[in-house]
Design a protein around this ligand. Structure first.
Ligand SMILES: Nc1nc2c(ncn2[C@@H]2O[C@H](COP(=O)(O)OP(=O)(O)OP(=O)(O)O)[C@@H](O)[C@H]2O)c(=O)[nH]1
Ligand SMILES: [Mg+2]
Length: 286
């Protein structure tokens, strides 16, 4: 189809939809065999520590941890035993809020997403709410893919903890419109509990619940699959619209051609027969 005669706005939308679809498709081909759990959240909230804990390999920590902003680019490691690809993303803040576009490509590749919030800071702040709202608008089926892990909860009084969790749950329901799976966790206590073989401590960190949630979500297709379908539908819708627009344009062109031909015929109708014969022969090509 030749789009050069299309309306400029439609042509630009079509171009964008085509690029979005093709990019998602290529990305899906690349990651389709790996089941990925993508960890997101604000800086210093314990994303990398959580990744290490999910790996249960504290001797050779795969994900570097520090008390300052550390992870500045996405790092992914595959757990050989389970085949799960854990994806640690750079923490966001108001200053990095413009990186949203880059972050979104990670969100939509995920089979499951863990949003890490530090319970020590109390409720979610405006940036965290905004990121959750964005997640909801970008990731298909987000409620089933998302786990909110309230980290650094070890040592909190259980009364305070319950109060904070209730507030955060209400915040997410009221400001984001999601009813999410959420637990208070502690990756450091989990490590201690595992190393000492202390089952009670391990249970108190809620890691068994995260692990069970991941295991239960192993059937979830990557968001990319749904995203490719959605992008494909939009591209197709615009293609149909473009074709209709072009057909309307072409029928206008045909009727102008007909009028022109009739005008010429009328002009030649009164000419000498020899000239008319020549016209009749030519007319079939007009
Ligand atoms: N007590 C406690 N400390 C934690 C926990 N998770 C992380 N920390 C500490 O918090 C600090 C930051 O942890 P990181 O895992 O590097 O945080 P991050 O979210 O990856 O940070 P960026 O990569 O900078 O975005 C480190 O000092 C960790 O030891 C936790 O569950 N409990
Ligand atoms: Mg980190």
């Amino acid at each position: 189809m030749n789009f050069q005669y299309l309306d400029a706005a439609l042509r630009s939308n079509l171009e964008k939809a085509k690029n979005a679809y093709e990019a998602a498709f290529v990305r899906q081909e690349k990651v389709k065999d790996a089941f990925s759990v993508v960890i997101i959240g604000q800086q210093n909230n314990g994303k990398s520590t959580l990744c290490n804990a999910l790996f249960r390999d504290w001797e050779n920590r795969k994900f570097p941890v520090a008390d300052r902003r550390l992870t500045s680019s996405t790092q992914e490691e595959q757990d050989e035993a389970s085949g799960i690809l854990y994806v640690d993303t750079p923490g966001f803040s108001s200053a990095t809020a413009t990186d949203d576009e880059t972050a979104q490509t990670e969100w939509i590749r995920a089979n499951l997403l863990i949003f890490v919030h530090s319970i020590r800071t109390g409720e979610l702040d405006a940036d965290e709410v905004r990121i959750l709202q964005k997640l909801k608008s970008v990731v298909p089926d987000v409620e089933r893919r998302l786990f909110v892990a309230c980290s650094k909860a070890g040592g909190e009084k259980s009364e305070d903890l319950r109060l904070k969790l209730d507030l955060i749950r209400a915040q997410i329901r009221d400001h984001v419109g999601l009813d999410v799976t959420m637990e208070a966790i502690d990756s450091i206590f989990y490590q201690k509990g595992m190393e000492k073989g202390n089952e009670q401590l391990v249970a108190s960190t809620n890691f068994p619940k995260i692990l069970a949630w991941i295991a239960a979500g192993r059937h979830m297709p990557s968001s990319l699959e749904a995203f490719v379908q959605q992008a494909g539908k939009e591209y197709n819708r615009l293609l149909v619209q473009a074709r209709e627009n072009l057909e309307v344009g072409m029928s206008g062109f045909s009727s102008r051609r007909e009028t022109y031909k009739n005008a010429l015929s009328a002009r030649w109708a009164n000419q000498k027969p020899s000239v008319r014969g020549a016209w009749d022969r030519c007319a079939q090509y007009v």
